[in-house]
Design a protein around this ligand. Sequence first.
Ligand code: TXA
Ligand code: MG
Length: 341
Amino acid sequence: MDTKRVVADFEDWREAVAEAVALLENGGLVALPTETVYGLAADAFDAEAVAKVFEAKERPSFDPLIVHIGHKRDLDIVAKVPKELDEIVDELVSTYWPGPLTLVLPKKEDVPELVTSGLETVAVRMSAHEVMRAVAKEIPVAAPSANRFGKISPTSADAVMEELGGKIPMVIDGGACRDGLESTIVAPEISEKGPVLRLLRPGPISREDLRKIAKVIKPKKTKADHIEAPGQVKSHYAPTTPLVVIDKPTDFVAEEGVKYGLLSYRGEGNSSLMEATDWAHIEIMSPGKGKLAEGAVRLFYCLRKLDAAGVDIIISESVSETGIGVAMMDRLRRAAAGSEQ
Ligand code: TXA
Ligand code: MG
């Protein structure tokens, strides 16, 4: 299959959206830009179309998808918000939608089981990207990240082509993603002391941000075959090349004859590994002073470049685990765990 690439620029993104909607209405798949990473979309209420998403991504059916809606009021189409959670959901939605926050809530019966992998809950979000939003306004879509299962999430249309070119009919090129890391996922719950937010996946909306709304609690422990807090699959976002995350520069000792690539946070400074060996390839996430938000935007892009650079091992520096740094370290650790297999 040829993958058609449609550029959504300022002038004609509406046309691109119309083309995507027509394809989705006919049960087809289309990769769409969001502010986090590119998603592979199917009509959320068409189980056959959703099955094609799992097939294209080679994704196991136990890993449920996120439903993207275009209007806040459409939350009612996919989820049943329990009365006791009404207020906190309202606050989350009015503060962070459209934006990179996914809510896990009890599902409506009509949402196909395949979307939720048989769970009683559904993950919902409203993207801030104009293309994804315009599509989702017409047709709510189930859309996981547009990469092969377990691989690095795509933050550009080029990356989508590398992952799924030839396997899907269309990708809309909406440029590079603004945030670069997948949405924060929370499940609002009622505890004895009132509503709490179970943080299932760290992302662009930080724990500090969420704390302003309610107490943030950890995900429950998962068994390998039961995804209660998915996105929590340990090996994920993995390059093909082995990746090792180094906590402090003295932990790294180069071995003779090994070709190393370096993923550096800002290239220089105290915790930098720049001078540690004769690197075969270096990618710097946020050159200069180092800004975590810039690092986050470029993390998957840099990892992809290093994976293609033909080195034997990728060594990554750590970043400080504050704000979006928590999500960056989460992705790096999972990428390292995945690359070991
Ligand atoms: O930013 C994002 O969220 C991107 C863009 C495309 O929107 N999407 C994304 O989808 O990252 P995906 O499938 O790669 O990750 C979604 C995560 C999965 O790990 C899945 O297990 C989890 O959301 N998830 C989906 N439904 C869930 C549910 N009912 N309960 C808990 N986790 C759920
Ligand atoms: Mg993913």
